[in-house]
Design a protein around this ligand. Structure first.
Ligand SMILES: Cc1ncc(COP(=O)(O)O)c(C=O)c1O
Length: 411
């Protein structure tokens, strides 16, 4: 039997040579999921559990958004659909937050930032392209780039650059990558890049021919100066965002991508073949959620208070080496006095206290063995109760790697 392969580049049939067997790119598991599964098992046994392992708001969508979804469910069939009103409303967000005029046609709705990232990588980069991002960074960057046959390039950063990429990192690369993923605020650190830093990155990337993917999923969740969009500095940046964080709708699976000028139709063709449209109900709810400012700012105030509480408490417990959490809802803390195995540390903590946090190895395979990430997107009561348990527990742990075994507050 002869098979005819279609070469998508030429859209003409070609007689491709039979493909050699290959091993799909290995994708590392998200270890926080194992922690979460163990935490759920404890709940089933009736043990109190404090979920700080995932970056997901515990609040749920704004009540009026939920009511809108109920009403739609009762009144319409809900077919394949991309909401023009929602795309216009998202375009208005760029006008209001950043003073940018973005044509709504450039906004493509996705099933969250995760598919938006996959769409950007698959649709705007070629197999074998090198795509860089900072380490520590969100686990899916490394995995999605590798899974899609592009080459991950990790750029290690530390406290000297607030765990962020800066223009000097890009200058220092002998071979410029095809792409660079930038997140500000970032996961797992919450640290942000200011306007000057973003402008310098954009200029260096443009000069070296590097296309930027800006993951702006934590926009809206900042606790000092507001976040800038990469589009203010690089009008060709690929921007991804989502309703999962600020709008507190992770389970509704809705996000978007701002396609660089001239690429929207090309990307829309990918959307049509990869997932058609995001859930209709979620689009109706999100349109309402976008105007629920009082509710959403209330959520942010809770995170602000939790952040202050953790920033106060953790150093008192001896965990003072903390990344500056300018935004998002995370604290990235160095637990190196206690462990060189962050997964074992998190498993023991969970088993003995019910407090679930994420091991650093999810975000940094090199240094993450002595870091953990706390997610404070929980109620104030839960955050405070979790810190009491954590503190009592930590006080009973040995510090085999501490330079100074006296308990103190490192700077
Ligand atoms: C930095 C970052 N980008 C993207 C995502 C994916 O979010 P979603 O697919 O829910 O929109 C997450 C989720 O935690 C994240 O932290």
């Amino acid at each position: 039997m002869t098979t005819v392969a279609i070469d998508p580049a030429r859209e003409a049939p070609c007689n491709a040579a039979p493909r050699a067997p290959c091993n799909p790119a290995p994708v590392a598991p998200f270890h926080a999921m194992a922690i979460s599964r163990a935490a759920h098992r404890l709940s089933v046994e009736g043990r109190p559990v404090f979920h700080m392992e995932f970056g997901q708001p515990s609040t749920g969508a704004p009540p009026r958004a939920i009511a809108a979804a109920h009403a739609r469910l009762d009144s319409e069939a809900g077919g394949y659909w991309e909401s023009p009103a929602l795309r216009e409303r998202i375009a208005a967000l760029y006008r209001d937050r950043h003073g940018l005029a973005i044509d709504a046609d450039r906004i493509l709705l996705t099933c969250g930032a995760s598919p938006a990232l996959a769409l950007a990588i698959a649709g705007l980069f070629c197999p074998g392209d090198r795509i860089a991002f900072v380490r520590p960074g969100y686990v899916a960057y490394r995995n999605a780039v590798a899974a899609l046959g592009r080459v991950p390039v990790e750029i290690g950063a530390d406290a000297t650059t607030r765990y962020q990429i800066d223009a000097r990192h890009i200058e220092a690369l002998d071979e410029a990558p095809a792409g660079l993923i930038v997140a500000s605020p970032a996961n797992p650190t919450g640290s942000m890049i200011d306007a000057a830093g973003l402008a310098a990155l954009a200029a260096t990337a443009a000069r070296r021919g590097v296309r930027i993917i800006a993951d702006e999923i934590y926009h809206g969740l900042d606790y000092g100066a507001p976040a800038h969009s990469m589009l203010e500095f690089d009008p060709d940046a690929i921007v991804i965002n989502s309703f999962s964080k600020y709008w507190s709708m992770p389970g509704w699976r809705l996000g978007w991508i701002v396609a660089p000028p001239g690429t929207a139709d090309h990307l829309r063709a990918y959307v049509g073949s990869l997932y058609l449209t995001p859930p209709t109900l979620s689009q109706h709810a999100a349109l309402v959620a976008m105007d629920e400012t009082d509710v959403l700012e209330g959520y942010r105030e809770t995170y602000r208070r939790n952040r202050a509480h953790l920033l106060d408490t953790l150093p008192q417990l001896g965990l003072g080496r903390i990344a500056p959490p300018d935004g998002a809802f995370y604290i990235w803390a160095d637990v190196g006095d206690y462990t060189r195995d962050s997964m074992a540390f998190c498993q023991k903590l969970l088993a003995e206290t019910g407090v679930a946090i994420a091991p650093g190895i999810d975000f940094d395979p090199v240094e993450g063995h002595h870091f953990v990430r706390f997610s404070f997107a929980v109620s104030e009561d839960r955050a405070q109760a979790a810190m009491v348990r954590f503190g009592d527990w930590l006080g009973r742990q040995a510090r085999p790697y501490a330079k100074n075994t006296r308990r103190s507050t490192p700077s």
